[in-house]
Design a protein around this ligand. Structure first.
Ligand code: NOJ
Length: 535
Protein backbone atom coordinates (compact mmCIF):
# COMPACT_ATOMS: atom_id res chain seq x y z
CA UNK A 1 0.00 0.00 0.00
CA UNK A 2 1.20 3.49 -0.74
CA UNK A 3 0.91 6.28 1.81
CA UNK A 4 -2.05 7.66 -0.06
CA UNK A 5 -3.81 4.27 0.02
CA UNK A 6 -3.16 4.00 3.74
CA UNK A 7 -4.58 7.45 4.39
CA UNK A 8 -7.64 6.65 2.30
CA UNK A 9 -8.27 3.39 4.06
CA UNK A 10 -7.87 5.03 7.49
CA UNK A 11 -10.39 7.72 6.52
CA UNK A 12 -12.68 5.07 5.18
CA UNK A 13 -12.64 3.07 8.39
CA UNK A 14 -13.44 6.18 10.43
CA UNK A 15 -16.25 7.47 8.25
CA UNK A 16 -17.46 4.15 6.88
CA UNK A 17 -17.46 2.35 10.21
CA UNK A 18 -20.66 0.65 9.11
CA UNK A 19 -19.19 -1.27 6.14
CA UNK A 20 -18.91 -4.54 8.07
CA UNK A 21 -20.98 -3.64 11.10
CA UNK A 22 -23.46 -5.69 13.06
CA UNK A 23 -26.36 -3.40 13.90
CA UNK A 24 -28.77 -4.44 16.63
CA UNK A 25 -32.37 -3.37 16.09
CA UNK A 26 -34.09 -2.31 19.27
CA UNK A 27 -37.87 -2.23 19.21
CA UNK A 28 -38.08 0.07 22.22
CA UNK A 29 -41.59 -0.86 23.38
CA UNK A 30 -40.45 -4.42 23.81
CA UNK A 31 -36.87 -4.16 24.97
CA UNK A 32 -36.69 -3.19 28.65
CA UNK A 33 -39.11 -1.26 30.84
CA UNK A 34 -37.48 0.93 33.50
CA UNK A 35 -40.57 2.60 34.96
CA UNK A 36 -43.08 -0.21 35.32
CA UNK A 37 -45.67 0.98 32.82
CA UNK A 38 -45.38 -2.23 30.83
CA UNK A 39 -43.73 -0.56 27.84
CA UNK A 40 -39.99 -0.51 27.21
CA UNK A 41 -38.21 2.85 27.30
CA UNK A 42 -34.93 4.65 26.76
CA UNK A 43 -33.69 4.27 30.34
CA UNK A 44 -34.49 0.57 30.12
CA UNK A 45 -32.34 0.31 27.02
CA UNK A 46 -29.58 2.32 28.65
CA UNK A 47 -29.48 -0.15 31.54
CA UNK A 48 -29.00 -2.96 29.04
CA UNK A 49 -26.11 -1.44 27.11
CA UNK A 50 -23.72 -3.70 29.00
CA UNK A 51 -25.58 -6.64 27.54
CA UNK A 52 -25.23 -5.26 24.02
CA UNK A 53 -21.53 -4.69 24.57
CA UNK A 54 -21.17 -8.27 25.76
CA UNK A 55 -23.09 -9.47 22.73
CA UNK A 56 -20.58 -7.59 20.61
CA UNK A 57 -22.69 -5.39 18.35
CA UNK A 58 -21.26 -2.29 16.70
CA UNK A 59 -24.36 -0.14 16.63
CA UNK A 60 -28.00 0.12 17.58
CA UNK A 61 -30.88 0.96 15.30
CA UNK A 62 -33.51 2.38 17.58
CA UNK A 63 -37.07 2.21 16.22
CA UNK A 64 -39.05 5.45 16.68
CA UNK A 65 -38.94 7.10 20.08
CA UNK A 66 -40.11 10.52 18.90
CA UNK A 67 -43.46 12.05 19.93
CA UNK A 68 -46.35 9.99 18.72
CA UNK A 69 -49.96 9.16 19.57
CA UNK A 70 -48.78 5.56 18.90
CA UNK A 71 -51.41 4.59 16.35
CA UNK A 72 -48.58 2.62 14.71
CA UNK A 73 -46.30 2.40 17.74
CA UNK A 74 -44.22 5.45 16.90
CA UNK A 75 -44.33 5.31 13.11
CA UNK A 76 -46.94 8.06 13.34
CA UNK A 77 -44.82 11.02 14.43
CA UNK A 78 -46.41 14.16 15.85
CA UNK A 79 -43.12 15.91 16.67
CA UNK A 80 -39.96 14.59 15.02
CA UNK A 81 -37.67 16.68 17.22
CA UNK A 82 -38.70 15.52 20.67
CA UNK A 83 -38.90 12.27 22.58
CA UNK A 84 -42.27 10.78 23.45
CA UNK A 85 -42.86 10.75 27.23
CA UNK A 86 -43.73 7.06 26.95
CA UNK A 87 -40.06 6.44 26.15
CA UNK A 88 -38.43 9.20 28.21
CA UNK A 89 -37.18 12.64 27.31
CA UNK A 90 -34.32 14.36 25.53
CA UNK A 91 -32.12 14.10 28.61
CA UNK A 92 -32.62 10.32 28.66
CA UNK A 93 -31.84 10.18 24.97
CA UNK A 94 -28.65 12.22 25.38
CA UNK A 95 -27.59 9.98 28.23
CA UNK A 96 -28.22 6.92 26.07
CA UNK A 97 -26.01 8.28 23.33
CA UNK A 98 -23.24 9.23 25.72
CA UNK A 99 -23.26 5.84 27.45
CA UNK A 100 -23.48 3.91 24.21
CA UNK A 101 -20.55 5.83 22.77
CA UNK A 102 -18.56 5.20 25.89
CA UNK A 103 -19.03 1.50 25.28
CA UNK A 104 -18.07 1.82 21.63
CA UNK A 105 -21.63 1.35 20.40
CA UNK A 106 -23.00 3.74 17.81
CA UNK A 107 -26.63 4.82 17.80
CA UNK A 108 -28.79 5.19 14.72
CA UNK A 109 -32.43 6.14 14.93
CA UNK A 110 -35.56 5.72 12.88
CA UNK A 111 -36.73 8.61 10.75
CA UNK A 112 -40.25 8.62 9.32
CA UNK A 113 -40.32 11.09 6.42
CA UNK A 114 -43.11 9.55 4.32
CA UNK A 115 -45.91 10.57 6.64
CA UNK A 116 -46.70 12.31 9.89
CA UNK A 117 -49.20 11.56 12.59
CA UNK A 118 -52.68 12.97 12.11
CA UNK A 119 -51.93 14.83 15.35
CA UNK A 120 -48.90 16.63 13.88
CA UNK A 121 -49.37 20.43 13.97
CA UNK A 122 -49.20 20.51 10.16
CA UNK A 123 -52.05 18.07 9.74
CA UNK A 124 -54.22 19.80 12.33
CA UNK A 125 -53.58 23.06 10.51
CA UNK A 126 -54.50 21.42 7.21
CA UNK A 127 -57.79 20.18 8.64
CA UNK A 128 -58.81 23.62 9.82
CA UNK A 129 -57.63 25.37 6.65
CA UNK A 130 -59.64 25.86 3.49
CA UNK A 131 -59.17 23.48 0.54
CA UNK A 132 -56.44 24.52 -1.88
CA UNK A 133 -54.41 26.52 0.64
CA UNK A 134 -50.74 26.01 1.54
CA UNK A 135 -51.53 24.04 4.70
CA UNK A 136 -53.16 21.30 2.63
CA UNK A 137 -50.30 21.38 0.12
CA UNK A 138 -48.05 19.70 2.67
CA UNK A 139 -50.16 16.55 2.28
CA UNK A 140 -52.24 15.01 -0.50
CA UNK A 141 -55.72 16.47 -0.19
CA UNK A 142 -57.96 15.85 -3.17
CA UNK A 143 -61.63 16.12 -4.02
CA UNK A 144 -63.43 12.81 -4.20
CA UNK A 145 -64.78 11.23 -7.34
CA UNK A 146 -68.45 10.92 -8.23
CA UNK A 147 -71.12 13.59 -8.31
CA UNK A 148 -70.94 14.37 -4.59
CA UNK A 149 -67.25 13.57 -4.21
CA UNK A 150 -68.13 10.56 -2.10
CA UNK A 151 -65.72 8.18 -3.86
CA UNK A 152 -61.99 8.21 -3.04
CA UNK A 153 -59.82 10.17 -5.52
CA UNK A 154 -58.19 6.97 -6.80
CA UNK A 155 -58.22 3.23 -6.17
CA UNK A 156 -55.04 2.96 -4.10
CA UNK A 157 -55.07 0.54 -1.19
CA UNK A 158 -53.47 1.13 2.18
CA UNK A 159 -50.65 -1.23 3.13
CA UNK A 160 -52.61 -1.95 6.30
CA UNK A 161 -55.77 -2.82 4.37
CA UNK A 162 -58.73 -0.75 3.16
CA UNK A 163 -58.56 2.32 0.93
CA UNK A 164 -55.54 4.63 1.08
CA UNK A 165 -57.85 7.65 1.38
CA UNK A 166 -59.95 9.05 4.19
CA UNK A 167 -62.55 11.76 3.81
CA UNK A 168 -62.51 14.69 6.17
CA UNK A 169 -65.22 16.96 7.42
CA UNK A 170 -64.52 20.55 6.42
CA UNK A 171 -64.35 23.24 9.14
CA UNK A 172 -67.91 24.30 8.18
CA UNK A 173 -69.20 20.78 8.91
CA UNK A 174 -69.72 19.71 5.31
CA UNK A 175 -68.33 16.43 3.92
CA UNK A 176 -65.00 17.45 2.49
CA UNK A 177 -61.83 16.46 0.69
CA UNK A 178 -59.95 13.21 1.00
CA UNK A 179 -56.34 12.75 2.15
CA UNK A 180 -53.88 10.06 1.19
CA UNK A 181 -52.40 7.60 3.69
CA UNK A 182 -50.47 4.61 2.41
CA UNK A 183 -50.61 3.23 5.94
CA UNK A 184 -53.18 3.92 8.68
CA UNK A 185 -55.55 6.93 8.46
CA UNK A 186 -53.56 8.29 11.41
CA UNK A 187 -50.51 8.45 9.10
CA UNK A 188 -51.23 11.02 6.36
CA UNK A 189 -48.65 10.99 3.55
CA UNK A 190 -46.51 14.07 3.12
CA UNK A 191 -46.25 15.80 -0.23
CA UNK A 192 -42.55 15.71 -1.00
CA UNK A 193 -43.17 17.93 -4.01
CA UNK A 194 -43.35 20.74 -1.44
CA UNK A 195 -39.87 22.09 -0.59
CA UNK A 196 -40.97 22.90 2.95
CA UNK A 197 -41.12 19.19 3.70
CA UNK A 198 -37.48 18.73 2.86
CA UNK A 199 -36.42 21.84 4.76
CA UNK A 200 -38.14 20.53 7.85
CA UNK A 201 -36.53 17.12 7.46
CA UNK A 202 -33.13 18.77 7.12
CA UNK A 203 -33.81 20.51 10.43
CA UNK A 204 -34.71 17.18 11.99
CA UNK A 205 -31.57 15.51 10.63
CA UNK A 206 -29.32 18.24 12.02
CA UNK A 207 -31.22 18.29 15.31
CA UNK A 208 -30.35 14.66 16.02
CA UNK A 209 -26.91 14.66 14.39
CA UNK A 210 -25.96 17.63 16.55
CA UNK A 211 -26.96 15.55 19.57
CA UNK A 212 -24.49 12.87 18.51
CA UNK A 213 -26.64 10.40 16.62
CA UNK A 214 -24.58 8.32 14.18
CA UNK A 215 -27.19 7.88 11.49
CA UNK A 216 -30.72 7.03 10.52
CA UNK A 217 -32.90 4.24 9.29
CA UNK A 218 -35.26 5.84 6.80
CA UNK A 219 -38.76 4.46 6.91
CA UNK A 220 -40.48 3.77 3.57
CA UNK A 221 -37.50 5.24 1.72
CA UNK A 222 -38.88 3.94 -1.57
CA UNK A 223 -42.26 5.62 -1.10
CA UNK A 224 -41.46 9.29 -0.61
CA UNK A 225 -42.22 10.41 -4.18
CA UNK A 226 -45.73 10.03 -5.55
CA UNK A 227 -46.51 10.09 -9.27
CA UNK A 228 -47.99 13.26 -10.76
CA UNK A 229 -51.72 12.89 -11.18
CA UNK A 230 -51.95 9.95 -8.74
CA UNK A 231 -53.37 7.65 -11.41
CA UNK A 232 -55.19 4.47 -10.41
CA UNK A 233 -53.29 1.27 -9.59
CA UNK A 234 -53.58 -1.28 -12.33
CA UNK A 235 -53.84 -4.17 -9.90
CA UNK A 236 -55.46 -2.84 -6.72
CA UNK A 237 -56.46 -6.34 -5.72
CA UNK A 238 -52.91 -7.62 -5.48
CA UNK A 239 -51.89 -8.15 -1.87
CA UNK A 240 -51.94 -4.54 -0.64
CA UNK A 241 -50.10 -5.43 2.54
CA UNK A 242 -46.84 -5.84 0.64
CA UNK A 243 -44.80 -2.70 0.90
CA UNK A 244 -44.89 -2.38 -2.85
CA UNK A 245 -42.60 -4.87 -4.45
CA UNK A 246 -44.60 -5.08 -7.67
CA UNK A 247 -42.84 -3.14 -10.41
CA UNK A 248 -46.06 -1.51 -11.61
CA UNK A 249 -47.21 -0.33 -8.17
CA UNK A 250 -47.50 3.49 -8.46
CA UNK A 251 -47.37 3.91 -4.69
CA UNK A 252 -43.69 3.06 -4.50
CA UNK A 253 -40.33 3.36 -6.25
CA UNK A 254 -41.10 6.39 -8.36
CA UNK A 255 -38.11 7.87 -10.17
CA UNK A 256 -38.54 11.18 -8.34
CA UNK A 257 -37.55 9.56 -5.06
CA UNK A 258 -33.85 9.70 -5.91
CA UNK A 259 -33.70 13.47 -5.92
CA UNK A 260 -35.03 13.39 -2.35
CA UNK A 261 -32.33 10.96 -1.28
CA UNK A 262 -29.65 13.05 -2.91
CA UNK A 263 -30.82 16.06 -0.90
CA UNK A 264 -30.87 14.05 2.32
CA UNK A 265 -27.37 12.80 1.55
CA UNK A 266 -26.05 16.34 1.20
CA UNK A 267 -27.09 17.07 4.77
CA UNK A 268 -25.59 13.83 6.07
CA UNK A 269 -22.33 14.59 4.32
CA UNK A 270 -21.94 17.59 6.59
CA UNK A 271 -21.47 15.04 9.39
CA UNK A 272 -18.62 12.64 8.56
CA UNK A 273 -19.47 9.12 9.64
CA UNK A 274 -23.23 9.64 9.61
CA UNK A 275 -25.00 6.81 7.81
CA UNK A 276 -28.44 6.40 6.28
CA UNK A 277 -30.02 3.03 5.64
CA UNK A 278 -33.25 3.01 3.73
CA UNK A 279 -36.19 0.69 3.96
CA UNK A 280 -36.41 -0.24 0.30
CA UNK A 281 -38.89 -2.93 -0.71
CA UNK A 282 -37.90 -3.02 -4.36
CA UNK A 283 -37.53 -6.42 -5.98
CA UNK A 284 -35.71 -5.54 -9.14
CA UNK A 285 -31.96 -5.58 -8.49
CA UNK A 286 -31.09 -2.75 -10.84
CA UNK A 287 -33.79 -0.48 -9.45
CA UNK A 288 -32.81 -1.41 -5.91
CA UNK A 289 -29.19 -0.48 -6.64
CA UNK A 290 -30.22 3.01 -7.67
CA UNK A 291 -30.97 3.85 -4.03
CA UNK A 292 -27.37 3.27 -2.99
CA UNK A 293 -25.55 5.19 -5.69
CA UNK A 294 -22.65 7.21 -4.31
CA UNK A 295 -24.73 10.35 -3.67
CA UNK A 296 -27.87 8.70 -2.27
CA UNK A 297 -28.40 6.35 0.68
CA UNK A 298 -25.31 4.68 2.11
CA UNK A 299 -27.20 1.43 2.61
CA UNK A 300 -30.58 -0.08 1.84
CA UNK A 301 -32.26 -3.00 3.52
CA UNK A 302 -32.45 -5.97 1.28
CA UNK A 303 -35.23 -8.20 2.58
CA UNK A 304 -34.55 -11.23 0.41
CA UNK A 305 -33.10 -13.32 3.23
CA UNK A 306 -35.94 -12.32 5.52
CA UNK A 307 -38.34 -13.58 2.87
CA UNK A 308 -36.49 -16.73 1.80
CA UNK A 309 -37.57 -20.14 3.01
CA UNK A 310 -35.06 -22.49 4.55
CA UNK A 311 -34.25 -23.82 1.13
CA UNK A 312 -30.74 -23.71 -0.23
CA UNK A 313 -31.83 -22.65 -3.71
CA UNK A 314 -33.81 -19.73 -2.27
CA UNK A 315 -31.05 -18.80 0.14
CA UNK A 316 -28.36 -18.80 -2.53
CA UNK A 317 -30.61 -16.84 -4.85
CA UNK A 318 -31.25 -14.28 -2.09
CA UNK A 319 -27.53 -13.88 -1.39
CA UNK A 320 -26.57 -13.58 -5.05
CA UNK A 321 -29.36 -11.14 -5.69
CA UNK A 322 -28.46 -8.93 -2.75
CA UNK A 323 -24.80 -8.75 -3.67
CA UNK A 324 -25.59 -8.41 -7.36
CA UNK A 325 -27.94 -5.49 -6.75
CA UNK A 326 -25.38 -3.29 -5.00
CA UNK A 327 -22.13 -4.43 -6.61
CA UNK A 328 -22.54 -2.48 -9.84
CA UNK A 329 -22.82 0.79 -7.91
CA UNK A 330 -20.01 -0.06 -5.48
CA UNK A 331 -22.31 -0.17 -2.46
CA UNK A 332 -22.34 -2.48 0.54
CA UNK A 333 -24.86 -5.31 0.87
CA UNK A 334 -27.08 -5.64 3.93
CA UNK A 335 -28.51 -8.76 5.55
CA UNK A 336 -31.35 -9.37 7.86
CA UNK A 337 -33.27 -12.48 8.86
CA UNK A 338 -36.14 -10.61 10.49
CA UNK A 339 -37.37 -7.33 11.91
CA UNK A 340 -40.42 -5.91 13.66
CA UNK A 341 -42.56 -6.26 10.52
CA UNK A 342 -42.00 -9.92 9.61
CA UNK A 343 -42.28 -13.28 11.35
CA UNK A 344 -39.29 -14.30 13.39
CA UNK A 345 -36.92 -16.66 11.61
CA UNK A 346 -37.42 -19.53 14.07
CA UNK A 347 -41.09 -19.55 13.16
CA UNK A 348 -40.56 -18.99 9.46
CA UNK A 349 -38.27 -21.99 9.33
CA UNK A 350 -40.76 -24.35 10.95
CA UNK A 351 -40.93 -23.44 14.65
CA UNK A 352 -39.95 -25.81 17.48
CA UNK A 353 -36.52 -27.42 17.58
CA UNK A 354 -36.25 -27.65 13.79
CA UNK A 355 -37.06 -23.95 13.40
CA UNK A 356 -34.51 -23.08 16.05
CA UNK A 357 -31.81 -25.32 14.53
CA UNK A 358 -32.36 -23.69 11.16
CA UNK A 359 -32.37 -20.17 12.59
CA UNK A 360 -29.07 -20.89 14.33
CA UNK A 361 -27.65 -22.24 11.09
CA UNK A 362 -28.81 -19.17 9.19
CA UNK A 363 -27.24 -16.88 11.76
CA UNK A 364 -23.85 -18.33 10.79
CA UNK A 365 -24.64 -17.98 7.09
CA UNK A 366 -25.66 -14.35 7.56
CA UNK A 367 -22.72 -13.44 9.78
CA UNK A 368 -20.25 -14.95 7.31
CA UNK A 369 -21.39 -12.62 4.56
CA UNK A 370 -19.70 -9.36 3.59
CA UNK A 371 -21.57 -6.18 4.46
CA UNK A 372 -23.84 -5.00 7.22
CA UNK A 373 -25.88 -7.41 9.32
CA UNK A 374 -29.03 -6.16 11.02
CA UNK A 375 -29.96 -8.27 13.99
CA UNK A 376 -33.49 -7.91 15.36
CA UNK A 377 -33.67 -7.92 19.15
CA UNK A 378 -34.46 -11.42 20.34
CA UNK A 379 -32.95 -13.19 17.33
CA UNK A 380 -29.85 -13.78 19.44
CA UNK A 381 -32.08 -15.60 21.96
CA UNK A 382 -33.75 -17.75 19.34
CA UNK A 383 -37.18 -16.31 20.14
CA UNK A 384 -40.07 -17.62 18.06
CA UNK A 385 -43.19 -15.68 17.09
CA UNK A 386 -45.92 -15.85 19.68
CA UNK A 387 -49.48 -16.83 18.88
CA UNK A 388 -51.36 -14.11 20.69
CA UNK A 389 -55.06 -14.23 21.53
CA UNK A 390 -57.25 -11.87 19.49
CA UNK A 391 -57.89 -9.56 22.43
CA UNK A 392 -54.15 -8.96 22.89
CA UNK A 393 -53.52 -7.80 19.33
CA UNK A 394 -52.41 -4.16 19.05
CA UNK A 395 -51.15 -3.81 15.49
CA UNK A 396 -53.34 -1.39 13.48
CA UNK A 397 -53.29 -3.98 10.70
CA UNK A 398 -55.63 -6.20 12.72
CA UNK A 399 -58.42 -3.61 12.88
CA UNK A 400 -57.78 -2.15 9.41
CA UNK A 401 -58.01 -5.51 7.72
CA UNK A 402 -61.34 -6.26 9.37
CA UNK A 403 -59.65 -8.91 11.53
CA UNK A 404 -58.32 -10.90 8.60
CA UNK A 405 -54.63 -9.99 9.03
CA UNK A 406 -53.32 -10.71 12.51
CA UNK A 407 -50.51 -8.21 11.98
CA UNK A 408 -47.06 -8.04 13.45
CA UNK A 409 -47.55 -8.31 17.21
CA UNK A 410 -46.36 -11.92 17.26
CA UNK A 411 -42.77 -10.83 16.55
CA UNK A 412 -42.93 -7.87 18.94
CA UNK A 413 -43.44 -9.70 22.23
CA UNK A 414 -41.05 -8.28 24.87
CA UNK A 415 -37.57 -9.62 25.52
CA UNK A 416 -37.30 -12.15 28.38
CA UNK A 417 -34.39 -11.09 30.58
CA UNK A 418 -34.39 -13.26 33.68
CA UNK A 419 -36.34 -15.45 36.07
CA UNK A 420 -38.67 -18.31 35.41
CA UNK A 421 -42.02 -16.62 35.06
CA UNK A 422 -43.49 -14.00 32.71
CA UNK A 423 -42.69 -11.10 32.40
CA UNK A 424 -39.13 -12.40 32.93
CA UNK A 425 -37.73 -9.13 34.24
CA UNK A 426 -38.98 -7.10 31.26
CA UNK A 427 -41.19 -4.97 33.51
CA UNK A 428 -41.89 -4.70 37.22
CA UNK A 429 -45.22 -2.95 36.77
CA UNK A 430 -48.48 -4.29 38.22
CA UNK A 431 -50.20 -4.47 34.84
CA UNK A 432 -47.61 -6.64 33.15
CA UNK A 433 -46.09 -6.17 29.71
CA UNK A 434 -47.95 -4.46 26.84
CA UNK A 435 -48.12 -7.80 25.02
CA UNK A 436 -48.48 -11.02 27.00
CA UNK A 437 -45.35 -13.15 27.26
CA UNK A 438 -45.51 -16.95 26.96
CA UNK A 439 -45.35 -19.16 30.05
CA UNK A 440 -42.67 -21.38 28.50
CA UNK A 441 -39.90 -18.86 27.86
CA UNK A 442 -37.85 -19.44 31.02
CA UNK A 443 -35.21 -21.34 29.04
CA UNK A 444 -34.96 -18.48 26.55
CA UNK A 445 -34.10 -15.65 28.96
CA UNK A 446 -30.81 -13.81 28.70
CA UNK A 447 -29.99 -15.03 32.19
CA UNK A 448 -30.61 -18.67 31.27
CA UNK A 449 -28.55 -18.45 28.09
CA UNK A 450 -25.64 -16.26 29.13
CA UNK A 451 -23.47 -18.93 30.73
CA UNK A 452 -24.80 -21.84 28.72
CA UNK A 453 -22.23 -22.82 26.12
CA UNK A 454 -24.85 -24.49 23.96
CA UNK A 455 -27.26 -21.55 23.93
CA UNK A 456 -28.22 -19.44 20.94
CA UNK A 457 -26.93 -16.39 22.77
CA UNK A 458 -23.51 -18.00 23.16
CA UNK A 459 -23.54 -18.95 19.49
CA UNK A 460 -24.21 -15.34 18.52
CA UNK A 461 -21.61 -13.97 20.92
CA UNK A 462 -18.99 -16.35 19.58
CA UNK A 463 -19.88 -15.68 15.97
CA UNK A 464 -19.79 -11.91 16.49
CA UNK A 465 -16.43 -12.18 18.21
CA UNK A 466 -14.97 -14.29 15.40
CA UNK A 467 -16.46 -12.04 12.75
CA UNK A 468 -14.83 -9.08 14.40
CA UNK A 469 -11.44 -10.61 15.13
CA UNK A 470 -10.61 -13.23 12.51
CA UNK A 471 -8.88 -11.89 9.42
CA UNK A 472 -10.59 -14.64 7.41
CA UNK A 473 -13.96 -13.04 8.16
CA UNK A 474 -13.17 -10.07 6.00
CA UNK A 475 -13.25 -9.12 2.36
CA UNK A 476 -15.93 -7.78 0.08
CA UNK A 477 -16.78 -10.86 -1.93
CA UNK A 478 -17.84 -14.49 -1.69
CA UNK A 479 -17.18 -17.46 -3.91
CA UNK A 480 -19.52 -20.43 -4.09
CA UNK A 481 -18.12 -23.97 -3.89
CA UNK A 482 -19.75 -27.18 -5.05
CA UNK A 483 -21.82 -28.77 -2.29
CA UNK A 484 -24.11 -31.81 -1.97
CA UNK A 485 -27.85 -31.32 -2.70
CA UNK A 486 -29.60 -29.05 -0.17
CA UNK A 487 -26.21 -27.88 1.11
CA UNK A 488 -24.33 -24.64 0.46
CA UNK A 489 -20.65 -23.80 0.68
CA UNK A 490 -19.09 -20.40 0.15
CA UNK A 491 -15.82 -18.76 0.95
CA UNK A 492 -15.55 -15.16 2.06
CA UNK A 493 -12.68 -13.50 0.23
CA UNK A 494 -10.70 -13.24 3.48
CA UNK A 495 -10.71 -17.05 3.65
CA UNK A 496 -13.62 -18.01 5.93
CA UNK A 497 -15.57 -21.03 4.71
CA UNK A 498 -19.22 -21.27 5.57
CA UNK A 499 -21.11 -24.48 4.95
CA UNK A 500 -24.81 -25.07 5.42
CA UNK A 501 -26.34 -28.52 5.73
CA UNK A 502 -30.01 -28.04 4.87
CA UNK A 503 -30.72 -31.78 4.76
CA UNK A 504 -32.19 -34.02 7.42
CA UNK A 505 -29.06 -36.19 7.66
CA UNK A 506 -25.44 -35.60 8.71
CA UNK A 507 -23.08 -34.49 5.93
CA UNK A 508 -19.27 -34.66 5.99
CA UNK A 509 -17.69 -31.21 6.32
CA UNK A 510 -15.23 -29.97 3.72
CA UNK A 511 -11.54 -30.06 4.66
CA UNK A 512 -10.40 -27.33 7.03
CA UNK A 513 -10.21 -26.43 10.68
CA UNK A 514 -13.57 -26.02 12.34
CA UNK A 515 -14.00 -22.61 13.98
CA UNK A 516 -17.64 -22.76 14.94
CA UNK A 517 -20.75 -24.79 14.25
CA UNK A 518 -24.38 -24.07 14.99
CA UNK A 519 -24.86 -27.63 16.30
CA UNK A 520 -22.40 -30.21 17.62
CA UNK A 521 -20.92 -32.42 14.91
CA UNK A 522 -22.41 -35.92 14.65
CA UNK A 523 -19.60 -38.48 14.30
CA UNK A 524 -17.46 -35.79 12.72
CA UNK A 525 -20.22 -34.76 10.32
CA UNK A 526 -22.33 -31.59 10.10
CA UNK A 527 -25.61 -32.14 11.89
CA UNK A 528 -28.89 -31.79 9.95
CA UNK A 529 -30.11 -28.17 9.69
CA UNK A 530 -26.79 -26.77 10.79
CA UNK A 531 -24.00 -24.58 9.52
CA UNK A 532 -20.33 -24.29 10.31
CA UNK A 533 -17.38 -21.98 9.80
CA UNK A 534 -14.03 -23.38 8.81
CA UNK A 535 -10.64 -21.92 7.94
C1 NOJ B 1 -42.31 0.46 7.91
C2 NOJ B 1 -42.11 0.19 9.36
O1 NOJ B 1 -41.07 -0.73 9.52
C3 NOJ B 1 -43.44 -0.32 9.87
O2 NOJ B 1 -43.34 -0.84 11.16
C4 NOJ B 1 -44.42 0.81 9.79
O3 NOJ B 1 -45.69 0.33 10.15
C5 NOJ B 1 -44.51 1.36 8.37
N1 NOJ B 1 -43.23 1.55 7.78
C6 NOJ B 1 -45.22 2.68 8.36
O4 NOJ B 1 -44.42 3.68 8.92
Amino acid sequence: MTEVDLATSADRSATEWWRDAVVYQVYPRSFADSNGDGVGDIDGLREKLGYLELLGVDAIWLCPVTCSPMADHGYDVSDPRDIDPLFGDLAAFDALIADAHERGIRVTMDLVPNHTSDQHAWFLEALSAAPGGPARERYFFRDGRGASGAEPPNNWRSVFGGPAWTRITEPDGSPGQWYLHLFAPEQPDLNWGNREIFDDLARTLRFWLDRGVDGFRIDVAHGLAKPDGLADMEHPDKDPTLLGSAADDPRFDQDGVHEIHRNIRKVLDEYPGAVAVGEVWVDDGERFGRYVRHDELHLAFNFRLAQADFDTTDIREAIDHSIGAVDPVGATPTWTLSNHDVDREVTRYGDGQVGLDRARAMSLVELALPGVVFLYNGSELGLPNVDLPDEALRDPMWERSGHTERGRDGCRVPIPWEGTKAPYGFTSGPDGPWLPMPADWSGLTVEAQLEDLASTLTLYRTALELRRRRPEASGDGIEWFPAPPQCLAFRRSGGLFCVLNGTEHPVPPPPGRLLLSSAPLVDGKLAPNSAAWLV
